[in-house]
Design a protein around this ligand. Structure first.
Ligand SMILES: *Cc1c(COP(=O)(O)O)cnc(C)c1O
Ligand SMILES: [Zn+2]
Length: 406
């Protein structure tokens, strides 16, 4: 049995192809590379029924993943997160059917675990011993922990302002961790110097082609969890945009396999904060690439990316799916985070809350139509960001008596 139907790497800009038996980063033209599969052969040999026997993690889709030998698999049990119905919050937004894909319950507490599981596994298969990346926190945390499990040494550089818990995750797993007094783009410049050392494998966003394959599994799972019908709209908090590119790629591959109806594509929404909205600006101007966003700032740290290397792929997925790009205010992020917790008992991360805020806005503008099925990605656990909640809690003395609430 063939474990993976990977065939080659290709450049989405200039169509140049590369083999998968050695490490590759960007194309010679500067574009990220994407993974191609032999979908024709796979469509003959693979059935939906075969999934019934498989474990509830992302490796159930191994034919559509790049790892060729399962013995290199590095897993913490990631994937098959709940697609949770949110009827009360949906009612409050006047959305007919609102579901949340909850990535808060995945190992390392964010969906970055998906990219790390597949990326680190493939790195191990390619013989990598050391890797390095810039991060806004969650990716560094996930890659550090998975690298530890694979006995690969990670070097991580993150902004001093990145969520503190993500530092701890890197440090506790023994990563070489550095903080930079600046943004992820500054961390990126430091890493690009470091990886001139040929022994260090550069795993910066989209500079290695396999992270996106891991994130793609969110799209595969949404398809399977909706009985291969798919929702009308998917909202995704967009930083580097890897998840959105991945979801689009997943659904295209399922169309080609004949597992979802040809032409069936949810409208993909790239959600950003008003404090960092380069993709939204480019989309509003009808452009295919974005400009660097100066002085970016948002509490939704995972989407504080002033210029994404895969911006043209994100915008392409948004245009081709008839989707849109939306910026939301910082105060609306906090409001939605509270509403989700109070109405549905789910403590979402600020990035996820941003997507709820965008859903409310798009329904109000009637871009989301009456009765449509909407899926929001909650990309991480609220408990990773304890400082976003404003606390004003009364302190009692032993023996105090509580007054009855009026
Ligand atoms: C990284 C991150 C994002 C953005 O992901 P991209 O795929 O880079 O756009 C969103 N939410 C959280 C919690 C993240 O850590
Ligand atoms: Zn190219």
């Amino acid at each position: 049995m063939t474990y993976s139907y990977i065939s080659h790497l290709y450049c989405p800009k200039c169509s140049k192809t590369y083999c998968t038996s050695e490490t590759h980063h960007l194309c010679t033209c500067g574009s990220p590379l994407l993974v191609n599969y032999d979908l024709e052969a796979l469509s003959v040999s693979w059935t939906k029924e075969s999934l019934k026997e498989r474990s509830p993690d992302l490796w159930r889709y191994h034919e559509l993943l790049p790892l060729q030998d399962p013995s290199h698999r590095v897993t913490l049990g990631e994937g098959m997160t709940p697609l949770l119905s949110l009827p009360v919050l949906g009612d409050d937004m006047n959305i007919g059917r609102l579901d949340m894909k909850d990535e808060g319950v995945i190992p390392t507490g964010s969906f970055k675990a998906r990219g790390a599981a597949v990326g680190v596994s493939k790195a191990r298969e390619l013989g990598v011993r050391e890797l390095a990346m810039p991060t806004n926190g969650n990716a560094g945390a996930a890659w550090s922990l998975y690298a530890a499990r694979a006995s690969i040494i990670p070097t991580i550089v993150m902004p001093v302002d990145a969520p503190k818990i993500t530092r701890n995750e890197c440090a506790v797993s023994g990563a070489r961790l550095f903080l930079v007094n600046g943004l992820i783009s500054d961390a990126g410049r430091i890493i690009s110097q470091a990886v001139k050392d040929p022994d260090i494998y550069d795993v910066s966003t989209l500079k290695e082609p396999y992270r996106i394959e891991g994130k793609k599994t969110m799209g595969l799972e949404i398809a399977e969890q909706t009985g291969w019908k798919l929702p009308d709209v998917i909202l995704y908090p967009t930083g580097g945009g890897v998840g959105l590119i991945g979801i689009y790629k997943a659904i295209r591959e399922l169309q080609q396999l004949g597992w979802v109806e040809d032409g069936r594509m949810p409208r993909l929404v790239a959600v950003q904060s008003e404090g960092c909205a380069p993709i939204v600006k480019a989309w509003e101007e009808g452009r295919t690439e974005s400009d660097f966003w100066e002085n970016s700032e948002t509490m939704a740290f995972g989407i504080n990316v002033p210029k994404a290397i895969g911006d043209f792929l994100v915008l392409d997925a948004v245009y081709k799916s008839n989707g849109c790009a939306v910026a939301v205010s910082e105060s609306s992020i906090l409001e939605e985070q509270q509403r989700a917790a109070q109405m549905e008992g789910t403590f979402v991360c600020p990035e996820g809350a941003a997507s709820f805020s965008a859903a409310r806005k798009l329904r109000r503008e009637n871009w989301i139509k009456d009765g449509e099925h909407v899926v929001v990605l909650n990309t991480g656990a609220g408990i990773k960001y304890p400082d976003t909640v404003n606390l004003d809690i009364p302190v009692l003395q032993p023996g105090d008596v509580l007054e009855k609430k009026v």
